[in-house]
Structure formats: C-alpha cells, structure tokens
Design a protein. Structure first.
Length: 345
C-alpha cells in the first residue's frame, strides 16, 4: 500500500533502495563475518580442529566441474584459503567444493538441511568506447575498468550423497606417516624456499629470554632477504616449542613473515610496528595462518592454547573490521603459495 500523496519519485527511490546491490566492501564483510561467527560458535580456531590437509596440487580447494580452468585447479582471491579454514571448522577433509547444480550434474545430491558456504566471485567490468564496444589494449585484450563482486554458494562434496562410482576418490596418505618423515618434509620445504627466496636461516641455542624471529635485514650476507632464527629443537627452553608440531608451525610462522620482504610480497615490513594495532594484527594473522596451514600441509596439528582468552585475542582486532580479515586471507594465501609452490619466485 502506498500512502496518499507520496510522490512518484519517492516511490521509485523506495523501490531502488530495496533493489540496491551490495557494495564490494559489504560483500567482503558478509563472507568474513561468517568465518568469524563460525569460529566464535565453535570456540576454536580452524587448525585446532585436528584436520590436517595438503595445500598444493589437487588438494587445494577447487571445483573440478567449473567452466573456469583456474577454478578447476584452485579457487582464487583468497577463496581457497577461506574454504580450507571453513572445511577444517566443519570437519571436511575433501578439498572439492562446488555449487548445487555442479554437484547434481556430477551425480551427487546435496543432503537436505546442509548449509552452503559463500565465496566471492570477481566479475570484470570493461572499459567501453563511445560506440559501446569494449576498448582493447595493444595486445587485443579488453581493458578492465574495475571488478564487481558477487557471492556464490558452494557445498563441500562431503555434504552430498554420491552413488557408488560417481565421485573419484582422493589419496590421503599423510595421516599415517611417521613423525620423522613429516619433519623431514617440513625441513625440505624450508630449505627449498629459503634458497629460492634468498632468505637466511639459522638454528642456535636459545637462552631463556630469546624467541624465534624473522629479521628483515642481515648483518652478514647482504644478498639475504632477511633471516629466520629458530632454536634447536633439542635445546629449546620454551617447553611449548619442544612439541614437534608447535616447532614446525612456528618455523612456518617466521617463514611467513619473511615473504613480506620488499623484494618478495612487499607487505611494508619496513614500516611494521607493534604500536600500530591494525598493521601488527594483520601481519601476525598472516603469519599465524601461514604457520598453521603449512604445518597441516605436512601433517602436523599445532597444539596451541585453547583458552577462551587466546581465542578472543585472536578475533578482537577483526570482529569490527571483517574486510581486514579478508585482506589477511588473501595475503596469507599468496605467502603460503610462495613457500610451498614458490609462486612469484
């Protein structure tokens, strides 16, 4: 019912307000607030779930039925890492995620009551000339003016029933590997990354007041892009780090910091300061994500403090700024791919 005397223009304004599309910022907020809510509801961080998953090759979250070759290999824009975390929180060990229609076309049926997970899809808006046709560059490629975001609902394949033979099995053999083998893989990843990225690395005897760290400069070889310093596992005063899983996740945490060097992913570490709460929180979250996901990649579950205070401290800086959390997811995804796959090196 329209009140008497309401102008036509006002009516149109009301209709347009109801149909107004969400901004990119609002879409980012919608997605990351769901991650924050899921963590808060469950009372744990994703890597505290005990799920260990690979994060390279076919084990990175992907849609094998997508029309996009990129998405068939891995979701982009931080969506892969977002789905990895949501999978951990929900107890999914399968990296395959797809829309309802894709799953149905592939022979599966999403079970009644299952809730979807939203990811962000970027759609390019092209520059157009006076004739309305897309403007192309000197290589014949359409010039992108900007990207608009939209939300896509996807399900993990474990949320669907599959008739026998319709869903190819994935090899998951790392859970039964001995600790020494998993530790050796972590060391091999560290050695290969440090060599290719020219990041120095040293293990030493630590005193009671020393901590693992990444130094963004080197007093020795000037070609080093900083140096990661770790305690010798058998000579560490910090009892928490003597647990292999925690030592490995701390190693990857510090390697994660190193990817932010100006010559690598350039996260502005020169201006990094613990007094700037936003920058400090974002960089520490990036390193935390790198440490946990890379540790899970080689088969370790970090035994972090499960207290409510720790959980609340981790979320505090991001509850009011979900866009910041999404930005951290994108940065962490790039850092993880650089360490594991040497992307960008």
């Amino acid at each position: 019912t329209v009140p008497a005397g309401l102008a036509v223009g006002s009516i149109l304004e009301c209709v347009m307000a109801r149909k107004k599309k969400k901004t990119n910022a609002e879409i980012l907020s919608d997605v990351t607030e769901k991650l924050i809510q899921k963590i808060s509801d469950g009372g744990l961080l994703p890597w505290q779930s005990g799920i260990t998953q690979r994060y390279t090759g076919d084990n990175r979250p992907h849609n094998p039925w997508s029309k996009s070759e990129t998405t068939r290999k891995s979701y982009a824009m931080g969506n892969a890492l977002f789905l990895q975390l949501m999978g951990m929180l929900n107890g999914f060990s399968d990296p395959r995620w797809a829309g309802y229609g894709h799953i149905q076309d592939a022979g599966g049926q999403v079970r009644k009551g299952e809730k979807s997970t939203q990811v962000i899809q970027a759609k390019p808006v092209f520059e157009r000339g006076e004739d309305g046709k897309p403007v192309r560059d000197e290589h014949g490629q359409k010039i992108v003016r900007f990207y608009g975001y939209r939300l896509l609902n996807v399900f993990n394949v474990e949320q669907a029933d599959w008739p026998e033979g319709t869903l190819p099995a994935l090899a998951t053999d790392q859970a039964d590997r001995p600790e020494v083998e998993r530790s050796a893989e972590a060391d091999a990843i560290r050695e290969a990354y440090c060599r290719k990225a020219r990041v120095g690395y040293v293990e030493k005897d630590f005193g009671p007041n020393e901590s693992p760290c990444y130094m963004g400069f080197s007093s020795g070889n000037r070609e080093d892009r900083g140096r990661v310093v770790m305690p010798k596992p058998d000579a560490c005063h910090d009892e928490r780090l003597k647990v292999t899983a925690n030592w490995v996740s701390t190693l990857f945490h510090e390697l994660g910091h190193s990817t932010g060097h100006d010559d690598l992913l350039n996260r502005g570490l020169k201006g990094y300061s613990t007094t700037n709460k936003i920058d400090y929180s974002k960089e520490e979250l990036v390193a935390e994500l790198v440490g946990a996901i890379c540790a899970a990649h080689v088969g370790f579950t970090p035994d972090y403090d499960n207290s409510a205070a720790y959980l609340e401290g981790w979320l505090e800086a991001f509850k009011g700024s979900p866009q910041l959390l999404h930005e951290s997811l994108k940065l962490a995804d790039k850092a993880i791919r650089m360490i594991l796959d040497h992307e960008g090196l």
